[in-house]
Design a protein around this ligand. Structure first.
Ligand code: FE2
Length: 435
């Protein structure tokens, strides 16, 4: 830290859990920097980041990873140890950074949890403690120190499958409003979010935003949780109901939806990459004994008219090379998105890649045996794997996007290692997945 380009003083107040959100102006675009904090006689470890290139710069390549679902008791963050061997411009975290559930007994890490985690998180004190537990992991620390993170939350930073101000079961209440505000505040305190996005985090917090990498790529980060109406056909797995086909409901909220459509219309980037939480592709649960039109309602399948508006906005804006990055499912998918999933002749309008969990599910097989038999009935799903943990890393150039699917040999063994399971492509000018 010899050539100092900027220094300053920030107050770490107890009201925000002694966190600081530093805004440094005047840095060069597309440039590497290092940073460090001093407090009295203490020095922090040195962190690194790369600024985004300026809007009109002719950028030849962007490299990034995208991750989701890192339940601490499910296993070790060895996927981050694997990731930091790369030179990436940034990391997208698509949510479930923390989980709210009580942690008891021996975990997938093989060690007992310190006292104080045996209850579900419900208030500012317990949400803060949960972030602290996760952030003490040395692999996660190393990833944050090496790469800038662009983060959005999903449900578990607050509560499983909540919608807007409605908890998983039941309707909005002052208790849940207060709980959500506490969870959002703890998230704001512990995550790399710009101070100018949220001077005052409670009760809402805007996390949707855009990041531009010169002429090459525009990244749009969405919030599928905070503004959505409650699932029109109820929670969990259910038959599609009339309300889903006629109702006035929303996934993004009207304001975010309009903001997104405007962004699509304005974008001049060659690649338009949308980072968001929930599975967009239809996954009809076609299995012996199931009725037709049976879906998982927490994802976009529970909000089909909202999904139709989203995909229509993609098509009608003439968006160049749309690609969606998705989290949440603890499985890996590569999907063609279509205006009509039921029609095999319907053209792909975008590609969707669902990144596996960093740890959630551990080394078990919770999903593969259940979902795999449904996949052949959903032919727009080009690839599915349910029981491996890991992440995607991607390289975007003018001619193509290349995605390496990195799986871990184990997440319950602290010495688990990563390997490339396979590589996917999206070609410039050709919507959808190229295998
Ligand atoms: Fe998750």
């Amino acid at each position: 830290m010899r050539r100092v380009v900027a220094r300053g003083v920030a107050a770490a107040s107890p009201e925000l859990a002694h966190s600081v959100h530093v805004e440094v102006n005047g840095l060069r675009p597309g440039h590497d920097y290092f940073y460090q904090f001093d407090m009295r006689d203490e020095e922090s470890t040195v962190g690194h980041f790369r600024t985004t290139p300026s809007r009109h710069e002719l950028v030849r390549q962007v490299r990034f990873a995208f991750v989701t679902c890192q339940d601490w008791p499910s296993g070790f963050y060895t996927a981050y140890r694997d990731m930091i061997q790369n030179d990436l411009d940034l990391v997208f975290h698509l949510g479930d950074y923390t989980y709210e559930y009580a942690i008891d007994g021996i975990t997938g890490r093989g060690i007992p949890v310190p006292a104080g985690f045996g209850e579900e998180t419900v208030d500012l004190r317990t949400y803060r403690l949960r972030h602290t537990l996760y952030k003490l992991d040395s692999d996660l620390q190393a990833a944050h120190a090496k790469f800038p993170f662009a983060v959005i939350w999903d449900d578990h930073e607050v509560q499983n499958d909540y919608s807007g101000l409605a908890p998983e079961f039941g309707s909005p209440s002052p208790e849940f409003t207060a709980r959500r505000a506490a969870a959002y505040q703890a998230y704001y305190e512990h995550m790399p979010i710009r101070a100018d996005i949220a001077k005052k985090p409670a009760p809402g917090l805007r996390i949707y935003r855009q990041l531009r990498f010169g002429t090459l790529a525009e990244f749009t980060l969405l919030d599928d949780r905070q503004y959505r109406t409650d699932n029109p056909c109820g929670d969990g797995e259910a038959l599609r109901c009339d309300e889903a086909l006629t109702g006035d409901y929303t996934m993004l909220g009207r304001q975010q939806e309009r903001w997104l459509a405007r962004g699509f219309n304005k974008s001049s980037a060659r690649w338009n990459i949308v980072a968001q939480q929930l599975l967009i592709a239809e996954l009809e649960h076609t299995l012996p004994g199931y009725p037709d039109e049976w879906y998982w309602n927490d994802a976009w399948d529970g909000y089909p008219l909202a999904r139709q508006r989203l995909l229509r906005d993609v098509v009608e804006s003439g968006l160049s090379n749309p690609v969606f990055l998705t989290g949440d499912w603890h499985s890996t998918f590569a999907n063609d998105l279509k205006l009509n999933f039921k029609d095999q002749a319907s053209a792909a309008v975008a590609a969707e890649f669902v990144t596996p969990a960093i740890t959630t599910g551990g080394d078990g097989t919770p999903y593969g045996p259940y979902y795999s038999p449904m996949i052949p009935f959903n032919p727009h799903i080009k690839y599915y794997e349910g029981d491996k943990r890991g992440y995607f890393k991607a390289t975007v150039t003018e001619s193509e996007m290349e995605l390496d699917l990195r799986f871990m040999t184990s997440v319950e063994d602290p010495n688990g290692v990563g390997y490339t399971e396979r590589t996917f492509f999206v070609q410039d000018g050709k919507p959808g997945v190229s295998l």
